[in-house]
Design a protein around this ligand. Structure first.
Ligand code: HEC
Length: 234
């Protein structure tokens, strides 16, 4: 008997609480249009006081980015912090001054490691696979995932491949158009190893410097571009 009445009081209390909440909400709703009209000038004043949207957005984006790196391995965590070149690219929205661009290209060139054996060209057949492979660099990768170059995401390469992006120029006939010239070969290796050594704030990844592709993989992709037998040059 006592239990039942206590229970009833509780239920009643809950019902009362809910009831008053609903009433408050309903009241708020009911007066909303009037309120908005009356307080219009105040709202406008408040808007003017808020900081510029870009500042807020940067902090929000940074915080979000950090949160997505939560369980990433330490070497990936380090990549959240922009290096000296990326700081300038970010600050200038990829439009560095001539002096800044020269500085970036000079310092990035120092980060290019040319092959110790002096050979720039590997196996074009392997290179074709690497150019077509967009795997790697994802949190869901297992230990066995081998990174690909994903070159087709931005470049046309061999003519038979119909699926390609156009952010970068077409690389069709790349070696043939350059007469398989040694200086051109070295320049292309530099570009693929560290795109910013050639164009500051480039949209192309720094495959070698950022250790995304191995030296052998870069050599194979180079052969895909420069081997006379490669379909890129047919
Ligand atoms: C996210 C896009 C992107 C990806 C992926 C990409 N590139 Fe590029 N690449 C570019 C852009 C953009 C340029 C034009 C120059 C610049 O802005 O740096 C370029 C330029 C080049 C050039 C110089 C072209 C010239 O005019 O002589 C070569 C060679 C090249 N890329 C090769 C590659 C290879 C090989 C891969 C794959 C391993 C690759 N790129 C992946 C965007 C990309």
């Amino acid at each position: 008997m006592t239990m039942t009445s206590k229970f009833s009081v509780l239920v009643l209390g809950g019902a009362l609480l809910c009831g008053s909440l609903v009433a408050t909400l309903a009241a708020d709703k009911a007066v909303e249009p009037k309120k908005a009209a009356e307080t219009k000038p105040t709202v406008e004043t408040k808007k003017a006081e808020t900081p510029p949207p870009q500042k807020v957005a940067t902090a929000v984006v940074d915080a979000y980015l950090k949160s997505t790196f939560g369980r990433a391995p330490p070497e990936w965590q380090a990549r959240i912090e922009p290096d000296e070149s990326m700081k300038v690219c970010n600050a200038t929205r990829n439009q560095p001054s001539h002096a800044e661009a020269d500085k970036i290209m000079a310092s990035e060139l120092k980060r290019v490691e040319f092959p110790a054996d002096g050979k720039f060209l590997g196996d074009w057949k392997e290179g074709a696979k690497i150019a077509n492979n967009g795997r790697g660099g994802q949190f869901s990768d297992d230990d066995k995932t081998v990174n690909g170059g994903n070159c087709y995401a931005c470049h046309q390469m061999e003519k038979a491949e119909v699926s390609f992006g156009t952010l970068g120029p077409s690389l069709t006939n790349y070696g043939r158009d350059r007469k398989y010239d040694a200086a051109e070969i070295k320049q292309a290796y530099t570009k693929i190893y560290n795109s910013q050594a050639v164009i500051a704030c480039s949209n192309m990844p720094r495959f070698g410097t950022n250790k995304f592709l191995s030296e052998q993989q870069i050599k194979d992709v180079m052969a895909f571009l420069f081997d006379p037998e490669s379909p890129v040059n047919k």
